[in-house]
Design a protein around this ligand. Structure first.
Ligand SMILES: Cc1cc2nc3c(=O)[nH]c(=O)nc-3n(C[C@H](O)[C@H](O)[C@H](O)COP(=O)(O)O)c2cc1C
Length: 226
C-alpha cells in the first residue's frame, strides 16, 4: 500500500506541495469593523464576494454528523437568508437529510479564496415550511425540477442510462402541467449560534473574530488567535 502511494505521487504529481504557498495581503478585519449582529457582516462579505465575481459565491460546505457520530461534509448552495437563518435546498432522504433528521446540529463554511476570507457557522437546522419549499421549487429551471423528482439522492443507482431514462419518462409525464415538488425534497433553515470570520493576513497572522450567541440573545464577540 505504501509503495503504491509513493508510485502515484511520483508518476502523477509533479508539484512539490510543500512549496505551494502565498502571502495573504488583501485586507484586515478590526474589532471596530464589527457590527453587533454577525448576519450583518455576513451579508456584507457575501455581497462583496458576489461583486468580486468569485467562483460560486453562494457555495458552502455543510457538515453533519451521522447517527454513529461520524462527521461528513458536502457543498450546497445558499438560496436565501431571512429571519437570521441560512436556507439551502436538498433531498430530505439524502445522506445529509438522514443525518439532520437524527441530529440537527450543523456546520457551514464559506471560503472565498479570491478575497482570502472564510466564515464558519455552527447552528441548528430545521425544515422550512412546505409553502416556502414550494415557492422556491417553482423558481427552479424546469429540468432541475424534473431532476429533483427522479433522483434518489445519495442512493446507489444502476447506471447513468437508467437515470436518463427516468428523467425522460418523468419529463413526458409532466408535459403541459405544473411540476409538483416531491415531498422528499425541500429546504433547511439554519439558525446560527456560533459564527467565525477569518481574514487572511501576512505571516499567517490572520484576523479571526468569533461571535457566540448568549442566552439573552446578545452576541458575544472575541478575537481568536490565528
Ligand atoms: C457547487 C456545488 C453546489 C451544490 N449544490 C447542492 C445543493 O444546493 N443541494 C444539494 O442537495 N446538493 C448540492 N450539491 C451536491 C452535494 O455536494 C452532494 O453531492 C449531494 O447533496 C449529496 O450529498 P449527501 O450524500 O451528503 O447528502 C452541490 C455540489 C456542488 C459541487
Amino acid at each position: 500500500m505504501k509503495e503504491y502511494r509513493l508510485r502515484v505521487k511520483e508518476k502523477i504529481m509533479k508539484a512539490d506541495l510543500a512549496t505551494i504557498r502565498r502571502e495573504y495581503t488583501k485586507g484586515g478585519l478590526k474589532r471596530s469593523d464589527l457590527p453587533d449582529n454577525p448576519l450583518v457582516l455576513f451579508a456584507k462579505w457575501l455581497q462583496e464576494a458576489i461583486d468580486a465575481e468569485v467562483n460560486e459565491p453562494t457555495a458552502m460546505l455543510v457538515g453533519t454528523v451521522s447517527p454513529e457520530g461520524k462527521p461528513a461534509i458536502r457543498t450546497v448552495l445558499l438560496k436565501d437568508l431571512h429571519d437570521g437563518k441560512f436556507i439551502f435546498y436538498t433531498n430530505y432522504g439524502s445522506r445529509k437529510g438522514k443525518h439532520l433528521a437524527h441530529n440537527p446540529s450543523i456546520s457551514i463554511s464559506f471560503v472565498w479564496h479570491e478575497l482570502e476570507r472564510q466564515i464558519h457557522i455552527e447552528g441548528i437546522a430545521a425544515k422550512v415550511s412546505p409553502q416556502e419549499s414550494d415557492e422556491y421549487f417553482r423558481k427552479r429551471p424546469y429540468k432541475s425540477r424534473i431532476g429533483a423528482r427522479i433522483s434518489p439522492q445519495s442512493e446507489p443507482i444502476e447506471s447513468r442510462i437508467q437515470l436518463i431514462r427516468d428523467f425522460v419518462k418523468e419529463t413526458t409525464r409532466w408535459i403541459g402541467k405544473e411540476i409538483d415538488r416531491p415531498e422528499y425534497w425541500g429546504g433547511f433553515a439554519v439558525m446560527p449560534v456560533r459564527v467565525e470570520f477569518w481574514q487572511g493576513r501576512v505571516n499567517r497572522l490572520h484576523d479571526r473574530f468569533l461571535y457566540m450567541l448568549q442566552s439573552d440573545g446578545v452576541w458575544k464577540i472575541e478575537r481568536l488567535a490565528p
